[in-house]
Design a protein around this ligand. Structure first.
Ligand code: NAD
Ligand code: ZN
Length: 273
């Protein structure tokens, strides 16, 4: 199934205003990181729901609204929940798809894409790994490894056949697989499920090989993804966290506190000028 929402590209960064949007304390903290980031041969970036929050996609820590206000996201994005009550879980994903389908990348996604492309021309490697199931990184122009699957794809819950055809997001009726009659589900890694092997191996390799690991907009609570920073640290990397409400993670060496959509464009504008 191909995404039905539009994908508009733009550069996302206004270099003249990049710093003016950024809190003073963060500007100072950014300046301290520039030489380290310029010198790093390889950088691994892990993003979470926080990077898409300014695009209007709620994180799992935000309270749900409307029909779903009495449910917790963690209880729906869950294999046990689907096995118990597939209709409710399917309906929630159809609702989330309606919510996400018109959302566009924000300046943080565009700045990372610009940095990744520029770094390639300088002999520097940036591996971008995401826990997000939206496609805003690739819409912004990045190459990205998806650890938790894709919101716009479906697969059979029994035989794992993937489905390419479009689904009407306004229809909450369960669909059946043509091959085995199993229920159709989103092609997403739920709580209680393993990660796709190829993507996980690529992410582990990136974490082991990087000189700097940057964790952006993630609560660092969901494993195994949260373990990538620890793995990077064990292999000698310096760990930077960018978060509106920084975590208390013991592996973090430096924190850039603030909105991803303000910090990252400011950082990238400094790095690539
Ligand atoms: P999370 O919901 O657990 O945590 C979000 C983090 O982002 C928090 O630490 C919060 O302080 C931070 N944050 C919020 N707004 C921010 C901003 N503007 N700038 C910087 N940081 C900000 O998200 P998670 O760690 O990614 O883990 C939860 C799971 O939820 C993941 O597995 C992911 O697949 C899934 N999820 C994905 C999406 C998406 O695809 N957009 C959305 C919600 C949840
Ligand atoms: Zn099937």
């Amino acid at each position: 199934m191909s995404p039905t929402h539009s994908s508009t590209k733009g550069d996302g960064i206004d270099e003249n205003t990049a710093f003016s949007d950024c809190p003073d304390a963060a500007v100072q903290a950014i300046k301290l990181q520039l030489s380290r980031l310029r010198a790093a041969k390889s950088i691994c970036i892990l993003t979470g729901a926080g990077i898409s929050a300014e695009s209007g996609i709620p994180t799992f820590r935000d309270k749900q609204t409307g029909l779903w206000e009495n449910y917790r996201a963690e209880e729906l994005a869950n294999i046990a929940a689907f096995e118990r009550d597939p209709k409710t879980v399917w309906s929630w994903y159809q609702w989330r798809r309606q919510l996400v389908q018109d959302k566009l990348p924000n300046p943080a996604h565009y700045a990372l894409a610009q940095w990744q492309a520029w770094a390639g021309t300088q002999g520097q490697n940036i591996d971008l790994v995401t826990q997000n199931v939206d496609d805003l990184h690739e819409t912004a122009g990045s190459e990205v490894i998806h650890l938790h699957g894709h919101l716009w794809q479906n697969k059979c819950s029994q035989c794992e056949l993937t489905f390419e055809e479009d689904v009407d997001y306004a229809n909450n009726e369960l669909l059946r697989c043509e091959a085995c009659a199993g229920y159709v589900r989103p092609n997403i890694v739920w709580f209680g499920e393993g990660l796709p092997q190829k993507e996980w191996q690529a992410a582990e390799l990136a974490a082991k090989n990087c000189a700097v690991f940057i964790s952006i907009g993630t609560s660092s609570l969901v494993y195994p993804a949260a373990g990538l920073a620890q793995l990077a640290k064990q292999h000698g990397a310096y760990i930077i966290e960018i978060n509106l409400n920084p975590t208390q993670s013991a592996v973090v060496d430096s924190v850039l506190a603030g909105k991803a959509g303000e910090i990252i464009p400011a950082l990238v504008a400094q790095l690539i000028t």
